[in-house]
Ligand binder design. Structure first.
Ligand SMILES: Cc1ncc(C[n+]2csc(CCOP(=O)(O)OP(=O)(O)O)c2C)c(N)n1
Length: 378
């Protein structure tokens, strides 16, 4: 499969789309129900969504710089995927729980995770673990791909067992979203999650960002058949959306989540593109063409929503102000990162159990003895 085939426009059908690449409304009979759902979003909401995308983009670029300057071990950019993420973030209700992979920065920030909490993972400064009460249901990043397809499904099954879903009231019924990529979809865990979600009618939506590449492997090689079609084979309702269209992402995710909270799990394949490298350890010029990258740059979700906002009467000053605020926040993140301490190497033992535990006390002492063996320089 050549790289060019990934962007082959000769797809059999189109994904659900409400905004075209130029930010113009797409009005067809087929998307009428999605347009109706998206109409819930006021111009102010759409402007706020744009602001979150711009904030995430600035944060992302600054984090990449920090990695290049040796301050982070690794950085995982989300450039190009902000449109899929912002729609999903706004579609989720406050009571919902989100299980991310490792590039769901917009979702994390939307839920109140701080930039520095995300940075600390990639700085190796914390041993992991976010308190979901503090992070409003946003779970910690998972770097082992698709493992959280199982964690999230199990959590969703637990919601049903606890009677916290299926009452018919979407304002209180809980649901779960799991985010993973086209490559992770090949993992057994992803399939097992689908089997259990379908069998137990778990309140979960699997949100798959098909960004066309699993490191250097094109999604067309790992999935000879569209991923959303695969989900249907498991008995899970599925939709295919233009993932660079925030309005389509919002409308479809909102409906799928509300169906999930009544016991009908869902699967969304968001057609998007990883505009940057896989991580800062990757050189995408080794496996994909600049023509392909350029064709997706023209579909940048931020430019698309900005054009739509201008059509709705938002002036350039408002957009420029968002960019300035985002740049300031990214600069603050940079300053606090450069000034930050590193957590004590033994704090991992404090977060295993909520109460003191003799085994943890023993392991903590063993680590202290080991480090003392270096003469205090460890
Ligand atoms: C279980 C497991 N196998 C392999 C890897 C190495 N790995 C990290 S990211 C990645 C590709 C993931 O691609 P995809 O799921 O499409 O997500 P993307 O990175 O494109 O967002 C692989 C193979 C891993 N982290 N975990």
């Amino acid at each position: 499969m050549t790289a060019a085939a990934v962007t082959d426009p000769a797809a059999a059908t189109e994904p659900i789309r409400l905004l075209d690449a130029d930010g113009r409304l797409v009005e067809t009979d087929a998307n009428a129900e999605w347009r109706e759902l998206a109409a819930q979003l006021s111009t102010e909401d759409r402007l706020a969504m744009h602001g979150e995308m711009v904030r995430t983009r600035h944060f992302d670029i600054e984090a990449g710089h920090l990695q290049r300057q040796g301050k982070l071990g690794l950085w995982v950019p989300s450039l190009g995927q902000e449109g899929a993420q912002v729609g999903a973030a706004w579609a989720a209700r406050d009571q919902d729980t989100i299980f991310p992979s490792y590039r769901e920065h917009l979702l994390a920030l939307h839920r109140g995770v701080t930039m520095n909490q995300i940075i600390d993972i990639f700085r190796g400064a914390r041993h992991g673990g976010w308190n979901p009460l503090e992070t409003h249901g946003m779970r910690i990043y998972s770097l082992v791909i698709a493992t959280h397809a199982l964690h999230s499904t199990g959590y969703a099954m637990g919601i049903t067992l606890d009677g916290k879903a299926g009452t018919g009231d979407a304002s209180i019924d809980e649901a779960v979203m799991a985010f993973y990529g086209d490559g992770a979809a090949s993992q057994g865990d992803a399939s097992e999650g689908l089997v259990f979600a379908a069998s137990y009618e778990a309140p979960i939506v699997f949100f798959v960002q098909n960004n066309k590449w699993a490191i250097s492997v094109p999604s067309t090689r790992q999935s000879r058949f569209p991923l959303h079609e695969r989900a249907r084979g498991f008995g899970v309702d599925a939709a295919w959306i233009d993932g660079n269209d925030p309005l389509a992402s919002f409308a479809v995710t909102r409906r799928m989540l509300d169906a999930a909270r009544q016991g009908s799990p869902g699967y969304i394949e968001a057609d998007t593109y990883r505009m940057g490298a896989h991580t800062t350890s990757d050189d995408p010029t080794r496996y994909r063409s600049s023509d392909e990258e350029e064709s997706w740059r023209r579909r940048d979700p931020i430019a698309r929503l900005a054009a739509h906002l201008r059509e709705r009467g938002v002036d350039d000053a408002a957009l420029a102000q968002q960019a300035q605020e985002a740049a300031d926040l990214a600069s603050d993140m940079r300053r606090t990162t450069l000034a930050a301490d590193t957590a004590a190497s033994d704090d991992i033992f404090d977060f295993v159990y909520s109460e003191p535990h003799p085994l943890m006390t023993e392991q903590k002492r063993a680590l202290a003895d080991f480090e003392a063996g270096f003469g205090g320089d460890a």
